[in-house]
Design a protein around this ligand. Sequence first.
Ligand code: LMR
Length: 327
Amino acid sequence: MRLLTAAVTSIALAIGAQVATAAPIEIKFSHVVAENTPKGQMAIKFKELVAERLAGKAEVEVYPNSQLFGDGKELEAMLLGDIQFIAPSLSKFQKYTSSLQVFDLPFLFKNMEAVEKFQQSEAGQKMLMSMEDKGLIGLGYLHNGLKQLSASEPLRVPSDAAGKKFRIMTSDVLQSQFEAVEAVPLKKPFSEVFTLLQTKAIDGQENTWSNIYSKKFFEVQPYITESNHGVLDYLVVTSTEFWMDLDEDIRAELKKALDEAIAYGNEIAAKKGDEDRQAIIDSNRSEIIELTDAERQQWVDAMKPVWKQFESDIGADLIEAAVSSNN
Ligand code: LMR
């Protein structure tokens, strides 16, 4: 009996020691943008909240600026377990789901309030789980903002873009959007955009004010057309395998910290668009072209047929739900 008690005690002690020395869960959060952007700041906030609330249990390391993986590789890297959190633009999930392509349709959302309303709607929330069968779980949307067109020459009407090369993200909708104005779209990673623009290998690109500013695209693009023609937002994703393997309490804490970090990132997104736009004006490096209503309407007329082209892939109902968020 005494022997048994001793054995039980030593097993208990061994388990206790193991628990005490268990290494914290490592969460590598990889992204492609600068730290002074909505996504960069959100990731840092998430790291801080986890450090505060899950000390010794989980820790987050953030890798910005495509340091670890570029946007062409980060989803695969996550599915292989090399990284645990990423937040790619909604335009980069085409390989895994067609529903998220709805966000790429040109001139769909009239402002970011409409985007938010759609994301929080039943249809928007359902899309978070649209890649579950591929091993990916969407944990939440994060805003960046509306996209503008930058170029080496002024773009006022669609014919100004004809024949020009534009870098796009890996999205067939975006490809069709540029083909609709007879431009030449090229799918390239974010990390290559500055050099492509600087060396004039391409003529232009589309992006948000914060990306154009933080990656210095405005220094090598003399014109930016304030087109607000599309949205660039993100989906924070993790792998189903990693997420479901976590203890329930840790998973709940991480989700709570992430929700708070996203709310913080969204506040920054709302401010940064205006601030970075102003910083670009103040730099005198790039002229901002404001379109007249008639000029803007020309872009709408040229690009909107893209909706019909992708209606069967995306789903007419989903497009309808997105449109109704403008009301
Ligand atoms: C881009 O590739 O232009 C953007 O998706 C980069 C980003 O993550 O904001």
